[in-house]
Design a binder for this molecule. Sequence first.
Ligand code: MG
Length: 218
Amino acid sequence: MKHITIKNTNQQIPVGKIVCVGRNYSEHAKELGNEVPEKPLVFLKPASALIFSGDKIRYPSFSNEMHHEVELVLLVGKKIKDANLKEAEDAIEAYGVGLDMTLRDIQTKLKEKGHPWTIAKGFDTSAVVSDFISKKEYTLTLNERIILSVNGVKRQDDLLNKMIFSPAEIVEYISSLMTLEEGDLIYTGTPAGVGKVIPEDKIHAEIEGIVFLDCSVE
Ligand code: MG
């Protein structure tokens, strides 16, 4: 079982399921030619896809177009179902930054056929996370910047307050669909600027000044 590290503590939280939200920044929805959704678009990644800062992202043999998507990631701290907004906010334990690595060539074909995105989103190493910062230590205002650079060149840079659905709204909605448990991770969607990575690329991602990760592509 994989564990999340909480910065400045000895806490190691076993990871449960990984729930992801798509199209949560309107500029990103537009760049891929998608409509802005009325409800968060939800999909899952298996826990086996998870790696950490310093690990390598591996290109699967069945794709030639892997994209980076930098996202704020929430760590769920308690079991909830059908939460209201306050309960949803209270269930968020800590914040990290993550990469929702995506096989865009595969995803495009799956979307055309109306098939699930699992193959494009669930491959090994497709979910990268940083260490997390506890809400007890840092209160997120959503005025923070979320940034990703490849080989030192900035590709994604936006404010968290550009999210269509807030972290608490996302948790509230997901909890209406399925039980959330301690150790679950929630990826909250990526801003505009997604793009291809190739082997040897070095990726740096951060919620500016708060949490960060570094990975290379293999
Ligand atoms: Mg994403």
